[in-house]
Structure formats: C-alpha cells, structure tokens
Design a protein around this ligand. Structure first.
Ligand SMILES: Cc1cc2nc3c(=O)[nH]c(=O)nc-3n(C[C@H](O)[C@H](O)[C@H](O)COP(=O)(O)O)c2cc1C
Length: 209
C-alpha cells in the first residue's frame, strides 16, 4: 500500500495556487493508487518548532544525558522523520517567498535533516527509494530561459537538501501566475494537467522499483 506524504505550506487557504494544484495532484494519485494512503501535514495550520538549544542537545548529546526539554524537542523531530520514512512519495506544495522557501517549510526541513538519522555519518542520504514532487507557486515567471530564472533559489535548494537525505528523484512543477497569464485560477487551469501527470508518473516510477 503506497503512502503519499503531502506537505502544505501556503498560509492562504482559499486562493492558494499551490493548494489547488495539490488537490489535482492528490486526486490523480488516489485514482492511480486506490489502496494508497495520503498523509497531509499542513505547516500553515500547525507550524513545527524552530531548531533551538534543546533540540541541538537532543540531536547531538547521548540520550541518557538529555534533559526533559531535550527529550521533548527531539521527539518532535523523531515523529516528523518517522512520518517521512513511512511515505513512498513526498509532495511539497509551497509558495516562493522572497526568491526562496517560506520559513515554515525551512523549519520542517531543519527538523527532518538529522545526522545519523536521515543522513549517514559518511554524508550519504539514508532515505533512498523515495520520489518527491514539488509544486512551487510563484508570482513571477521563473521558467528556464526567463529573464529572472536565476533568481529562483527555491528549486535548487529543495533539490539539494532532498538529495542530501537520499531523495534524489525530484520533479518540480513551476506554477508561475504570470506565465499562466493571469490570476491563480488561470494557473490552476494551465497547470492542473501537468501536476496530474506528475502524480501518475510518480506512481509508475515507484512501481518500477
Ligand atoms: C511574503 C511573500 C513573498 C513573496 N515573494 C515572492 C518572490 O520572491 N517571487 C515571486 O515570484 N513571488 C513571490 N510572492 C508571491 C507568491 O509566491 C505567489 O502569490 C504564490 O502564488 C503564493 O502561493 P499560494 O498561491 O499557494 O499561496 C511572495 C508572496 C508573499 C506573500
């Protein structure tokens, strides 16, 4: 039974391009995986904590020396890692904020990148065999060849950090509103079929493994 983990990031609930495209992706994924399980982690509704002093102690000090604060902080991370490990497919649906990713998504990434847990001591990513799709909603047009394509720091960063934990099969759908020619609804019409194809492609890739 394949599992899809959906990470929602947009703080806009009614007019979000990334959320609406996610609905299309998930519907296509479920149609292709009728027995599949979808887990949604909504970082806008329930933000995860930032890495703090207790977290660092929990991650890097022996368990038998942990304070109650360290134990609590690292349990949050352990639970988020377990959730990610349980998934065959990962979908990150996020806006671009200031050429990069929103802080809410960065907080989740900082929770799930752990030496000895998701990255080996030899710097090899441990979460192999998974596929990731990213829906990156933007106001501008960052498609390759566009005037500001180089300003997009989100795509490269997400690809690099997912690769760092072993998820190297990463497909990004750039959902630029201006490239779609209008408001969010137009981008959804223009890109709905693209994300549906990505959802089905993810399934085919997993089946081939
Ligand atoms: C704080 C903030 C920063 C943003 N920064 C950028 C940016 O750097 N580049 C861009 O193209 N769009 C930027 N936008 C526009 C959003 O990426 C765009 O509206 C996107 O559709 C939001 O995703 P959503 O529709 O899923 O909420 C920004 C929006 C906000 C609220």
């Amino acid at each position: 039974m394949p599992t899809l983990l959906v990470i929602e990031v947009s703080p806009r609930f009614d007019y979000s391009t990334s959320r609406k495209l996610t609905e299309r992706f998930v519907a296509a994924w479920m149609a292709a995986n009728p027995q599949g399980r979808v887990i949604t982690r909504d970082l806008a509704k329930a933000p995860v904590p930032l890495v703090d002093f207790a977290w660092i102690g929990g991650a890097f000090m022996p368990a038998d020396t942990h304070t109650a604060e360290m134990t609590a902080a690292i349990r949050v991370s352990d639970d988020l890692v377990a959730e990610l490990k349980s998934a065959d497919h990962l979908l990150i649906a996020t806006p671009m904020f200031n050429f990069s990713i929103p802080a809410a998504l960065k907080a989740w990434i900082d929770q799930i990148v752990r030496v000895g847990v998701t990255v080996g001591a030899d710097n090899k990513g441990l979460l192999t065999g998974k596929r990731a799709d990213i829906i990156l909603a933007t106001g501008g047009d960052f498609t390759p060849g566009s005037r500001v394509a180089g300003y997009n720091l989100a795509s490269g960063y997400l690809t690099q950090v997912l690769g760092w934990i072993g998820i190297t099969d990463v497909n990004i759908t750039l959902a630029g509103r201006s490239v779609a020619g209008g408001v969010g609804e137009t981008a959804i019409e223009a890109l709905g079929a693209t994300v549906e194809a990505a959802a089905v492609r993810a399934t085919a890739s997993a089946a081939a493994m």
